[in-house]
Write a protein that binds this ligand. Structure first.
Ligand code: UQ1
Length: 455
C-alpha cells in the first residue's frame, strides 16, 4: 500500500469514527431544524445503542427469551464492519490476518431486530427518546447504552502522522488500519531500541499493550536478535513504558508479570505517559511536570481512550463521561429504564469482551424483570478476564472480579493456578475464543465461563 493510500484509509477510518463522536454543534442544529419539518418517531420496546460485542450479545439474548416480536428491539450503530478486536493482538503477532476477524455488521443482526445503520445524535431520557443523526426519533420503554469507548489517536501529538507513515516504526494493535503494521515493523527490526507504551488512564484490554511486547520479544529471541540473559549486549533493547505504577492492575498477576519482565531483561519505565512523537524521539511525561525523551527504532503505541463525545455530553454520563450505572444491577443511577454494560459503562472493572459474557445475562434478566414490574435483583460481580500472551504458545489466563480478586474458571475444577502461563490457554485465546465469539456469543448463546446458555 502506498503512503497516500494508507493516509486515505486512515483518514477514512477516522472519518467513520468521527461521525459518531464529533457531530459539530452546527451540524446538530441543521439536523434538528430539518427534523422539525420532516422527522418521524418510531417506537420500540427496547432500543440498544451500539452493535459491538455488548450490543449484539445483549440484543440477541433479549430476542431469544421469546418475549419479543419482530421490530420490538432496535439496534443503532453507524458501522459497516464489526471487528473481533481481541484478535488484533494476534494480527500484530503475525498469527491471524485482520480480514478474517471482521464481518459486515448487518450480517450479524437477526432480521427480527430493527437495525438503524446510522449515527446517534443525542439522548433525551426524560422523554424516553433518542435522536438519530438524521433527526428521526426513537421512543423506547427501555434503553441499553453500549456504544463502546473511543480510541483517541489524536491524544498523542504526532501519533496519527507516525502511524500513517509506512517508513516509521510506529504501530498500534488498537486499530484495524494499523494492527498489521505491528507485525511488519517487528519483523523488520534488526537492531536498536524498541519501546512499548501503555497510557495513564482507562484503556480497553489493559493487558494488550504488553501482550504484543511479549510476542515481539519472543520473535526477536528466536531470530537471535535478543538474548534475555544478556540484554545489554543484544542487538535489540526493549522498554515497557507505562503510565501505571505496576505491570498489571491485579496484584496476583502483576507479580508474575513483573518477574517475567525482570527475568527477560526488559526495562520498565513506570508512571511514564507518552505525550508526543517527534521523528524517532518519544516524549513521556512523568512525575510533576517532568519530561523524558527517548530515541526509538520501533514503538508500539497504546493511545489514550475515553467516552464517546455523544455519551460524555449527555445527561446519562458520570464525571468521567461513562454511562453512570449501578455496579451490580447495571441499571442507570437516575433513569430506571436505562441500562449500560461494556466499555461505555461506568462499571469499575477491566474493559474486555470476556466481561460482556458475564454482564449481558445480568442486564437482560434485569430488563425483563423490570418490564414485568419485578425488582431488578440480578447482580454482576465484576467478572472480567485477560488472556495474556507471554510468548508464542503460552497464555496466562487472568480472571478476576471487583476489587482485583481472582475468580479463576479452571482453578476451581482442575485445581490449577492460572497465573502460570500454559499452552492450553494459548489455544483458548487463539482458536477457541474467536470461534465461539462469532458462532455463539454475538448470537446470544455463549455465557463465557458458564458455557453455553440455555433458554
Ligand atoms: C470468553 O468467553 C471470551 O469470549 C469469547 C473471551 O474472548 C474474548 C475471553 O477472553 C474469555 C476469557 C472468555 C471466558 C471463557 C472462559 C471459558 C474462561
Amino acid at each position: 500500500m502506498s503512503s497516500s493510500q494508507l493516509l486515505v484509509t486512515t483518514a477514512a477510518c477516522a472519518a467513520r469514527r468521527s461521525i459518531l463522536t464529533h457531530l459539530a454543534p452546527a451540524a446538530v442544529r441543521t439536523f434538528a431544524s430539518v427534523a422539525s419539518v420532516t422527522s418521524t418517531t418510531r417506537s420500540h420496546k427496547v432500543v440498544v445503542v451500539g452493535g459491538g460485542s455488548a450490543g449484539l450479545t445483549i440484543s440477541h439474548q433479549l430476542l431469544r427469551k421469546g418475549e419479543f416480536s419482530e421490530g420490538d428491539i432496535a439496534v443503532v450503530d453507524p458501522a459497516e464492519w464489526h471487528h473481533y478486536q481481541p484478535g488484533w493482538t494476534l494480527v500484530g503477532g503475525g498469527l491471524k490476518n485482520k480480514e478474517q476477524l471482521r464481518r459486515p455488521l448487518k450480517s450479524l443482526i437477526d432480521p427480527k431486530l430493527r437495525f438503524y445503520n446510522t449515527e446517534l445524535a443525542s439522548f433525551s431520557p426524560d422523554s424516553n427518546t433518542v435522536t438519530l443523526g438524521n433527526g428521526d426519533k426513537l421512543a423506547y420503554e427501555h434503553l441499553v447504552v453500549v456504544p463502546g469507548i473511543k480510541v483517541d489517536f489524536n491524544s498523542i501529538k504526532g501519533l496519527q502522522d507516525a502511524l500513517s507513515n509506512p517508513e516509521s516504526g510506529v504501530s498500534s494493535i488498537y486499530g484495524y488500519d494499523t494492527c498489521d503494521k505491528a507485525d511488519r515493523t517487528i519483523k523488520a527490526l534488526k537492531g536498536g531500541q524498541a519501546i512499548f507504551t501503555q497510557p495513564m488512564g482507562v484503556v480497553k484490554c489493559a493487558g494488550a499493550p504488553q501482550k504484543i511486547m511479549w510476542l515481539a520479544l519472543d520473535h526477536w529471541k528466536k531470530s537471535g536478535l535478543y538474548d534475555p540473559a544478556n540484554p545489554s549486549s543484544s542487538p535489540i533493547h526493549i522498554t515497557f513504558a507505562t503510565g501505571l505504577p505496576v505491570m498489571f492492575g491485579v496484584p496476583k498477576y502483576s507479580a508474575v508479570l513483573e518477574k517475567l519482565r525482570q527475568e527477560r531483561g526488559v526495562e520498565g519505565l513506570f508512571a511514564h505517559d507518552l505525550v508526543e512523537i517527534n521523528g524517532n524521539e518519544a516524549v513521556f511525561s512523568h512525575g510533576e511536570n517532568q519530561k523524558l525523551a527517548r530515541k526509538f527504532d520501533l514503538m508500539h503505541v497504546t493511545p489514550k481512550m475515553g467516552a464517546h463525545a455523544f455519551v460524555k455530553s449527555s445527561p446519562l454520563a458520570n464525571e468521567a463521561g461513562f454511562v453512570d450505572v449501578d455496579e451490580e444491577t447495571l441499571r442507570h443511577k437516575k433513569w430506571k429504564n436505562v441500562w449500560s454494560a461494556g466499555d461505555a459503562s461506568s462499571l469499575p472493572t477491566s474493559k474486555t469482551a470476556a466481561a460482556i459474557t458475564a454482564q449481558a445475562p445480568v442486564l437482560v434478566k434485569n430488563v425483563l424483570r423490570s418490564m414485568k414490574g419485578k425488582e431488578a435483583d440480578e447482580e454482576y460481580d465484576g467478572y472480567t478476564s485477560c488472556p495474556l500472551l507471554t510468548q508464542y504458545g503460552k497464555v496466562l489466563l487472568a480472571e478476576f472480579k471487583y476489587g482485583g480478586v481472582p475468580k479463576e474458571t479452571f482453578g476451581k475444577t482442575l485445581g490449577i493456578d492460572q497465573a502460570v502461563p500454559r499452552r492450553a490457554f494459548y489455544h483458548l485465546k487463539k482458536d477457541f475464543f474467536p470461534w465461539v465469539y462469532y458462532k455463539y456469543m454475538v448470537k446470544g448463546t455463549w455465557g463465557g465461563p458458564k458455557g453455553w446458555l440455555r433458554d
